[in-house]
Design a protein around this ligand. Structure first.
Ligand SMILES: *Cc1c(COP(=O)(O)O)cnc(C)c1O
Length: 310
């Protein structure tokens, strides 16, 4: 079983915008659950590793991009529990000079340090990763394994993310979360009370999300706000970097550049535009992902943009 290192707590933010608009904004610090299995990835792996153990698997296999929070989290979970892990990574060019890749890429370097075995595939092959041929090929290569989907989303993952909200959160009117595959927001939707509305801030431009979420949920108390992906997955600009650094120094709240930074930027912008009624109480979920800052800083440096401060 995965063990949390620190209990998440609700951090109330305070500034003149919030006072002026009469809005309560609180951040649930799920990022503190575990140093290396952060936030929603801890929640999503929790019941999956129990299932893998119970069914007698000694190996987890999963998929991800080169900077994936899910890859880092799965590697750390495997290390902690003594289960082997295999990461199928998008981009076969990365495997050509592994030493250099690991040196340059903090996420993959970390995954290997946790004992994860990396298997690089071309972008074209990666797109077929849910097809039967691709999976059969992986079974031939690695033998029996417990398969965790990309981003970690399945029924058991949603069951885990249903545990993010606690009874003390009943007083909030809005629950906000960053969205990737939609697993995390599905759990929040299932756990939210009928008077609460769940707002999702997709980090990707893609449109398939609605179906994904509908697959795991029944209620209609949710909405996706698509205006804050900053051009697409892992895209970033100076405005976002400055915002993340400002929040860090003003509120002592570290945000990641792929998910939580964009979500909070969106929430603040919506508050400025009077999206939320006066007196609203908003709970924003900090889903973690801070390991992604180091990799982003390497790319920001190459682009000569300001860096994310730690
Ligand atoms: C993976 C991730 C998400 C997206 O979660 P989904 O369940 O795939 O929607 C959000 N925030 C952070 C920090 C993540 O690492």
């Amino acid at each position: 079983m995965l063990t949390a290192q620190q209990k998440p707590y609700n951090q109330k933010l305070n500034n003149c915008l919030l006072r002026k608009k009469d809005i309560t904004l609180v951040v649930k610090r799920e990022d503190l659950l575990h140093e290396h299995i952060s936030g929603n990835k801890f929640r999503k792996l929790y019941y999956n590793v129990i299932e893998a153990r119970e069914k007698g698997y000694d190996k987890l296999l999963t998929f991800g991009g080169a900077y994936s929070n899910h890859i880092a989290a799965t590697a750390a979970a495997g290390n902690e529990l003594g289960i082997k892990t295999i990461g199928v990574i998008r981009g076969d060019e990365l495997g050509k000079n592994l030493e250099k890749t690991l040196e340059k890429n903090p996420t993959l370097g970390f995954a290997v340090s946790q004992g994860m075995q990396l298997h690089f595939v071309s972008r074209k092959a990666y797109r077929q990763k849910n097809g039967p041929e691709f999976i059969t090929n992986l079974f031939q290569l690695f033998g029996k394994f417990y398969l965790v989907p990309e981003g970690g989303t399945n029924e058991l993952a949603v069951k885990g993310t249903e545990e993010i909200l606690t009874p003390e959160d009943d007083s909030f009117d809005f629950i906000c979360s960053a969205v990737g595959t939609g697993g995390t927001i599905s759990g929040l939707i299932n756990a939210a009370k009928s008077h609460q509305k769940v707002l999702g801030f997709p980090a990707l431009k893609e449109q398939f999300l609605h179906q994904n979420i509908a697959k795991y949920t029944q209620s209609n108390n949710w909405e996706l706000i698509r205006a804050y992906h900053f051009g697409g997955f892992a895209k970033i600009d100076k405005k976002l970097v400055d915002f993340i650094n400002m929040v860090n120094s003003l509120h002592n709240l570290p945000l990641d550049p792929i998910y939580t930074g964009k979500m909070l930027f969106g929430i603040i912008d919506l508050i400025k535009k009077d999206y939320f009624p006066k007196g609203s109480k908003i709970l924003a979920i900090h889903t973690g992902g801070l390991q992604g800052k180091a990799g982003m800083n390497i790319r920001l440096k190459e682009k000569r943009l300001p860096l994310l401060k730690s």
